[in-house]
Design a protein around this ligand. Structure first.
Ligand SMILES: Nc1ncnc2c1ncn2[C@@H]1O[C@H](COP(=O)(O)OP(=O)(O)OP(=O)(O)O)[C@@H](O)[C@H]1O
Ligand SMILES: [Mg+2]
Length: 315
C-alpha cells in the first residue's frame, strides 16, 4: 500500500471549519471540526434542531456548506463529489421513496445510481437480512412504516458503502427491527464499515457507540471515547434510607455535601467513583457516631443520558 493510502486510513471523514447558514439567515452549524475514524461506530447526540441532520446532509451532498471542507476517504465532497459520495450509504431521517415502484426495483435502482454492476446475490442477502425478501415484489405504498424504514436501510446498503450514516434509525421502529438493525450494524462494523448514527435513544448510543459526539446549537461541544466520557463525567450516588426521617444534619457532616430526598427519608451522597478514596467508610462511621441509623442502602451510577442532559443544560 502506498503512503498516501496509509495516511487516508486513519480518518474516514475529516471535517474542517464547517459552517452552515441557511438562506433564512439561521446559523445551523458553526465552525465544526470533526474526525471520524475508519471502522468505528460514532454516535452524534444532540437535542432537536441541534444540527445533526444538517451535518449529515452536508457530508452526503444534499445540503451545501457555507464554509469549510469535508474529506471522505481523502476525497473532497465539493471537488470530488462522486468519489466521496460513492463511499457513503445514507439512511435518511425522513421517509421519501417513489411510492409505486417495487421493493426489489427500488433497491436495484439505488445500486445502479452509483454505477455498480448488478449483483442479485448481494441484494438478496441484504433484503433477507432486513426481512424484506418476501416483500420484494410489493409496491412501496403497500409497506408499513417499519418496512419502509427497512427499505431505506436496504437502499443505503445497495452499493456496498464503506461508510454508513443512520439518521435516527430507531424512530418509529419496533423492538424486533431495532434489535435486528443493531445486529446488522455490528456485523457491518466487523466487516470494516464505519458507522455514524444519530439517535434520541441515548441508551442505544451507550450500548453501541465507540465514540460519542455531542452537538448543541450547531456546535460540537464534546467528542469523547464513550468509556472515557462515562468515567470522566459519571458520578456515583449512595442512597441511604433512614430509620427516622431528618430535615437537618450535624455540622460535622457538612463536608460530605449530602442531600435529602423523599421528604428526608433518604440521604444521598454523591461521589466521584474515580477517586482513590470514596469517603464512604468515613461517612458511615460519622453517621454511626451521630446516631443516624439507616435501614437500606444502594448505589447508582449516572447513565450516558444523565451526562448528556447535564452537558447540554450547562451550555
Ligand atoms: N432548509 C432549512 N432552512 C432553514 N433552516 C433550516 C433548514 N433545515 C434545517 N433548518 C434549521 O436548522 C436547525 C438544525 O436542523 P437539523 O435538522 O439539522 O436538526 P437535528 O439536530 O437533525 O434535529 P432533530 O433531532 O429534530 O432531527 C434547526 O433549527 C432547523 O430549523
Ligand atoms: Mg435530524
Amino acid at each position: 500500500m502506498d503512503k498516501k493510502k496509509i495516511n487516508c486510513l486513519s480518518s474516514a471523514i475529516s471535517i474542517h471549519n464547517l459552517s452552515k447558514t441557511y438562506a433564512s439567515g439561521f446559523v445551523a452549524l458553526n465552525n465544526i471540526d470533526l474526525e471520524i475514524y475508519h471502522g468505528e461506530i460514532f454516535a452524534l447526540l444532540g437535542p432537536n434542531g441541534a444540527g445533526k441532520t444538517t451535518l449529515i446532509n452536508i457530508i452526503c451532498g444534499i445540503v451545501t456548506p457555507s464554509e469549510g471542507t469535508i474529506m471522505v476517504d481523502g476525497h473532497n465532497t465539493l471537488t470530488a463529489f462522486r468519489a466521496a459520495r460513492s463511499r457513503i450509504g445514507l439512511v435518511p431521517q425522513e421517509l421519501s421513496t417513489a411510492a409505486f415502484e417495487s421493493v426489489l426495483n427500488t433497491v436495484n435502482f439505488s445500486r445502479g445510481l452509483f454505477g455498480k454492476a448488478s449483483n442479485p446475490t448481494y441484494i438478496e442477502k441484504i433484503l433477507r437480512e432486513l426481512s424484506l425478501w418476501d416483500k420484494r415484489h410489493e409496491k412501496i405504498v403497500a409497506l408499513s412504516g417499519g418496512m419502509k424504514r427497512r427499505l431505506l436501510i436496504a437502499k443505503a446498503l445497495s452499493h456496498e458503502p464503506q461508510i454508513l450514516f443512520l439518521d435516527e434509525p430507531s424512530a418509529g421502529v419496533d423492538v424486533k427491527l431495532r434489535r435486528d438493525m443493531w445486529l446488522m450494524v455490528r456485523r457491518l462494523r466487523e466487516n470494516g464499515v464505519t458507522i455514524i448514527l444519530t439517535t434520541h435513544y441515548i441508551e442505544e448510543a451507550e450500548e453501541m457507540a465507540d465514540r460519542i459526539g455531542i452537538i448543541n446549537n450547531g456546535e460540537i461541544i464534546m467528542v469523547e471515547n464513550k468509556a472515557i466520557l462515562m468515567n470522566k463525567l459519571g458520578k456515583k450516588q449512595l442512597a441511604l434510607t433512614l430509620q427516622n426521617p431528618l430535615s437537618t444534619l450535624p455540622s460535622e457532616l457538612e463536608k460530605f455535601n449530602l442531600s435529602f430526598s423523599d421528604g428526608g427519608k433518604v440521604l444521598i451522597y454523591t461521589y466521584d467513583a474515580q477517586q482513590e478514596q470514596t469517603g464512604i467508610p468515613e461517612l458511615l462511621q460519622q453517621l454511626g457516631e451521630h446516631g443516624i441509623d439507616f435501614k437500606d442502602l444502594n448505589t447508582s451510577e449516572s447513565s450516558l443520558e444523565d451526562i448528556f442532559v447535564s452537558l447540554v443544560k450547562e451550555k
